[in-house]
Design a protein around this ligand. Structure first.
Ligand code: HC0
Ligand code: SF4
Length: 574
């Protein structure tokens, strides 16, 4: 420990602290902009590039950036001297002098960290008249928009992409006034190996990186009398959507979400969780086949599209190891346009399937042509949790006052196993629940597999079923996934199955969720809520879902059989 004095207040803090951390302890708020502490991910963006956190340190001629300056014993710090405040304001004014002022129509209006800071510092005039950059806006991908004009060079995206996700897409290019952050040769994003994981979008403080905004397409479909519009919601939405309406983190809003969707005018409100239950039936069968028939092991889960894109780009020699199952929302989209359309006698060409996803990569996944069946896209439009929140507000719906309503039948029926898909460890736990019953032929009494739960980026567990040890690996965050893949490549891996999710925390931590990156507490509250929702379900094992059983009996035939394979499986290409 060392003693430091912050604004006349002496405190003791650990030796390795920075001035910024010490000031938090002293109850003093130093404004920051580029700084981002992702504690649980062991990542700190501390480029000290924005110069907003400048403070005075006694006996030092120059101001010091609080985020990157370590404390030492006897240090005397003044955080809000006239000189520090002036320097801080000047840094922000310089940023603003080269920043578009179209806040009113900006995607981050009222949710922009630069805007909030300008307000906090009471900036009412900009003393510097800067030249404005006019960079081309990159909307080449289905998933994200890159508007370099709004970039403040904080480099958070670079850190997230390179250090957490190890994708290496974004880095600083050019020099001086021409500096930008982008892919090598400033290629359009669609021509890069970007996985669309959205980690960069999640950490961007401004609108330099945002999701592609597809709300207008949904309104258009809803207002077209010729269209039959079906919506489905991912497991992770129900534990995060409430945050956009001022509710506490970890609030479960399943019933209100369903009400809101009905009021928005969707013809059917279905649950991606039904698709997840079907995924488990298929994936668990596939794993049993691989184990019993000497197939390729480990089997990797394949429901996370950013992860699938990562393996295709970065480990093309390993594309035969993921399960061939399509992801739950694509499976549900397929079933809506085949099984449900036939049942209801609706022309699938008239059906529009909208997926509400916590994820940006799902937008690009839905556009993959190899997933279509009989020339129909399975999913037509994907909007994020944030976009759904925007629609509810635009429609004037008072979310907090909505009654709780139930999903529609039959594709709204789901089990607790499918709810936990939304958190890291959940997909594999759901698979283990089903495998356990299949391998023992007995009812599973204890459905909670605590050994598979947690928030550490890399985990493993051995689950014994009928005397057979199943060795399971779990990774979330693509950097962690890379480690497991390198072990597989070098023959060091001895797992039977591995679950991988691209986003830290799993889908609850997705790039399309209410902004949360850098706040581990929020992801943990959402995770607790997911497990609570699972406990609240009457049926908690996927193959016990009665509507899933009916689907196989009346339509698909055998799980992992010919028809199921044709409709519900795909292949991956380098
Ligand atoms: Fe997920 Fe999914 S669980 S990827 O994390 O598998 O996005 O929530 O919808 O499809 O079910 C996301 C979340 C899903 C899918 C499901 C899977
Ligand atoms: Fe990197 Fe993911 Fe952003 Fe693509 S979406 S640039 S892979 S962080």
């Amino acid at each position: 420990y060392v003693k430091v004095t912050i604004n006349d207040n002496e405190i003791e803090v650990p030796r390795e602290y920075t001035i910024l951390k010490a000031s938090v302890e002293a109850g003093v708020k130093i404004p920051t902009l580029c700084y981002l502490d992702l504690h649980d991910l062991k990542m700190i963006n501390r480029t000290a590039s924005c110069r907003v956190c400048m403070v005075e340190v006694k006996d030092r001629p120059n101001l010091a950036p609080a985020c990157s300056t370590p404390v030492n014993d006897g240090m005397v710090i003044v955080t809000h001297s006239n000189r520090a405040i002036k320097a801080r304001r000047m840094s922000v004014e310089l940023l603003l002098s080269n920043h578009p002022t179209d806040c009113l129509i900006c995607p981050r209006n009222l949710r922009c960290e630069l805007q909030a800071l300008a307000n906090e510092l009471n900036i009412r005039e900009i003393d510097y008249s800067g030249k404005m950059n006019e960079f081309h806006i990159d909307s080449s991908s289905q998933a994200l928009i890159k508007n370099q004009n709004k970039c403040i060079l904080c480099r958070r995206c670079e850190t997230a992409c390179n250090e957490i996700q190890t994708c290496g897409i974004l880095s600083a290019l050019n020099r001086g006034f021409e500096t930008i952050v982008g892919p090598a040769f400033n290629l359009p994003m669609v021509e890069t190996s970007c996985t669309y994981c959205g980690a960069c979008v999640a950490v961007c403080p401004t609108a330099a990186l945002t999701e592609a905004f597809h709300v207008p397409k949904v309104w258009e479909a809803l207002n077209d009398p010729e269209k039959y519009v079906v919506v489905q919601t991912a497991p992770a939405i129900r534990v995060a959507l409430g945050e956009l309406f001022g509710m506490e983190e970890g609030s479960i809003v399943t019933g209100k979400m369903v009400s809101a969707l009905r009021r928005l005018g969707f013809d059917q409100v279905f649950d991606t969780d039904f698709g997840a239950d079907v995924t488990i039936v298929e994936e668990a069968k596939e794993l049993l086949h691989r184990i019993n028939d000497g197939g390729r092991l480990p089997m990797l889960t394949s429901c996370c599209p950013a992860w699938v894109s990562f393996i295709e780009h970065q480990f093309p020699d390993l594309v035969d190891i993921p399960s061939t199952c399509k992801s739950p929302h694509i499976i549900l989209g397929t079933l809506i346009k085949t099984y449900f359309a036939e049942k209801m006698n609706i022309d699938p060409a008239k059906i529009v399937v909208v997926s509400i996803m916590p994820c940006i990569a799902k937008k690009a996944e839905a556009a993959r042509t190899e997933l279509s069946i009989d020339h129909h896209d399975n999913v037509d439009i994907v909007v994020s949790t944030r976009e759904l929140g925007a629609m509810i507000k635009e429609a004037g719906i008072d979310f907090n006052k909505l009654p709780d309503e139930e999903f529609d039948h039959p594709l709204g029926e789901s089990t607790g196993a499918s709810v936990i898909f939304g958190t890291t460890g959940g997909v594999i736990e759901a698979a283990v629940r089903t495998l356990h019953e299949w391998m023992t032929g007995e009812e599973l009494k204890q459905v909670d597999f605590q050994a598979l739960r947690g928030i550490d980026g890399l985990r493993e567990a051995i689950i014994s079923i009928n005397g057979k040890d199943l060795k399971i690996g779990i990774a979330h965050g693509l950097g962690n996934a890379r480690q497991l893949l390198e072990d597989i490549r070098s023959g060091k891996s001895n797992y039977h199955a591995i679950e991988i999710m691209a986003c830290p925390g799993g889908c609850i931590g997705g790039g399309g969720q209410p902004y949360h990156f850098g706040n581990d507490k929020i992801v943990k509250e959402r995770q607790k809520a997911i497990y609570r929702e699972d406990e609240n379900k009457n049926i908690r094992i996927s193959h016990r879902n009665p509507e899933v059983q009916k689907l196989y009996q009346t339509y698909l035939g055998e799980p992992y059989g010919e028809k199921a394979y044709r409709l519900l499986h795909t292949s991956f290409a380098p």
